[in-house]
Design a protein around this ligand. Structure first.
Ligand code: SF4
Length: 83
């Protein structure tokens, strides 16, 4: 499978812990199955950059910066409330 995360790859992705990892892990069918991806993200040097990039780009699918799509929506809502 071609990794959708490789398209228009930002520079920080060169330090990503998920490089070379099976991309399917980062596209779980449910939040409950996202733990493998999240555990990789927890050890990633660019987790914050990745999360902010996904939030800015409104990434709809996959685990980015240790957060699933549903968790990212929650973060965006929380930020809007406190802005
Ligand atoms: S935080 Fe997760 S998805 Fe983002 S670059 Fe790191 S390992 Fe990959």
């Amino acid at each position: 499978m071609t990794n959708p995360k490789d398209s228009q790859m930002p520079v920080w992705r060169q330090r990503a812990a998920c490089r070379g990892v099976d991309p399917d892990i980062f596209y779980p069918v449910s939040d409950e199955e996202a733990e493998d991806a999240k555990s990789i993200c927890r050890g990633c040097a660019v987790q914050e950059l990745c999360l902010e990039w996904a939030l800015s780009n409104r990434e709809k699918e996959g685990v980015w910066g240790g957060a699933t799509e549903r968790e990212r929506r929650r973060i965006i809502r929380r930020r809007r409330r406190t802005a």
